[in-house]
Design a protein around this ligand. Structure first.
Ligand code: MF3
Ligand code: CO
Ligand code: CO
Length: 257
């Protein structure tokens, strides 16, 4: 069942996603060699609570933390720990909030100091593929149009698309219908209409598409041990152009000094 949102509900989802975006900018300030992923988690939790929301992931399906921090070959759902970030690492930080009855959910992949050029290119291409997907998030198109656009952009650069994890609807639940795969065929899948709020979140691997789950029951990593990148934005379907409810602006202001 697809749940279309009223304009009032969209404003609440926007506030949630702006808070997540600002939280990720706070995290961005701290990402450097020597910091632990648990330190990032603590700052994020404090910032979210200070702004009148609660962490959206904490306790979700038993998840233990505020952030998912996925380093290098970890694709998504990495659990914050005493792991120390080092020069050359990449880290996907995925963050959620819950307030006023709705969720926010947004993610960004950061570089720790200087990163190998081939990995910088993976990050740039993954972010571009997200925006290619968003270009297709308009009324009358289908989820397959989004997936096709993401997949085409990632694969033409020589990368591979994770199949098992997908984007999703966002609202009173963090994961609502429809599923939004990052691969697909044009004209296939669920038809999109104004008021549908989607999280589009490509997970793109430098090597092969295959993944495995750690024995912690959460961490997803590449089977070949090569790096993976992940970006996520929440958008609302409109008639001519998706309206993006989260933003990378605050993060990139921090990153670009
Ligand atoms: N934020 C993830 C997503 O983008 C889901 C996190 S699951 C949780 O869909 F359990 F960690 F919250
Ligand atoms: Co997320
Ligand atoms: Co999501």
């Amino acid at each position: 069942m697809l749940i279309y949102k009223t304009e009032e509900e969209i404003e609440i989802i926007r506030r949630n996603n702006l808070l997540v975006s600002m939280t990720l900018a706070e995290v961005a300030k701290l990402i450097k060699p020597g910091v632990t992923t648990l330190q990032l988690d603590k700052i994020a939790e404090e910032f979210i609570r200070d702004h009148g929301a609660v962490p959206g992931f904490l306790g979700y399906g038993g998840y233990p933390n505020t952030l998912c921090t996925s380093v290098n070959d970890e694709v998504v759902h990495g659990i914050p720990s005493e792991r120390i970030l080092k020069e050359g690492d990449i880290i996907s930080v995925d963050c959620g909030t819950y307030m006023e009855g709705f969720y926010g959910d947004t993610a960004y992949t950061f570089m720790v100091g200087n990163v190998k050029p081939e990995i910088v290119n993976l990050l740039e291409t993954t972010k571009e593929s997200l925006f290619k997907g968003i270009e297709n998030a308009i009324e009358g198109k289908r989820t397959g149009d989004i997936g096709y656009a993401v997949q085409f952009h990632a694969e033409q650069a020589g990368y591979s698309v994770v199949r098992e994890m997908v984007g999703h609807g966002l609202g009173k639940d963090m994961h609502e219908a429809p599923e939004v795969p990052n691969y697909g065929k044009r004209g296939r899948g669920v038809k999109l209409a104004e008021g549908l709020v989607l999280c589009i979140e490509p997970m793109i691997n430098l090597g092969s598409k295959f993944i495995k789950q750690d024995s912690d029951g959460w961490t997803i990593r590449t089977l070949d041990g090569k790096p993976s990148a992940h970006y996520e934005l929440a958008v609302v379907i409109r008639k001519d152009k998706a309206e993006i409810l989260s933003t990378f602006k605050y993060i990139e202001e921090v990153l670009n000094g």
